[in-house]
Write a new protein. Structure first.
Length: 136
């Protein structure tokens, strides 16, 4: 299964999401602010990041932009999780490099479906491994 980093300043929400992710067989790590989240991502190189938009310090869009400018981790997909539900907020998240945007409050089964879709798309986008050349 996947290694997923959840970054949200709401401690209870982090526990809720990581509990469900681990129950589904994923490895889940959480951070309560953007700086801690970036450190976790750089150290553990997750398969997916779930990122709150509104946080003190660095907001989720700023974090995503930083990650997408870091060539070694730019390919890690991001799902935004936010109380901001307007079209402008969604567009801002997607334009910063996010693959999906889920609004709070959310149903965990909906988030799980998004996670599965984004991970499948990410793995399919990686393409096949190069085939070694064989001397003739």
């Amino acid at each position: 299964m996947a290694r997923i980093v959840v970054i949200d300043d709401d401690r209870d929400l982090c526990r809720y999401v990581t509990h469900h992710l681990e129950r589904d067989g994923h490895t889940a790590l959480s951070a309560r602010d953007g700086f801690e989240g970036i450190e976790l991502i750089e150290e553990h190189r997750p398969d997916l990041i779930i990122l709150d938009v509104m946080m003190p310090g660095l907001d989720g869009v700023q974090i995503c932009k930083r990650l997408k400018n870091h060539h070694e981790i730019a390919q890690i997909p991001v799902i935004f999780l936010s109380a901001q539900s307007g079209a402008a907020s969604r567009l801002r998240g997607i334009n910063s490099g996010g693959q999906a945007y889920v609004t709070k409050p959310f149903n965990m089964s909906d988030l799980t479906a998004k996670i599965d879709t984004v991970l499948a798309h990410s793995q399919a986008g990686a393409g096949p491994s190069p085939t070694p050349s064989h001397p003739q």
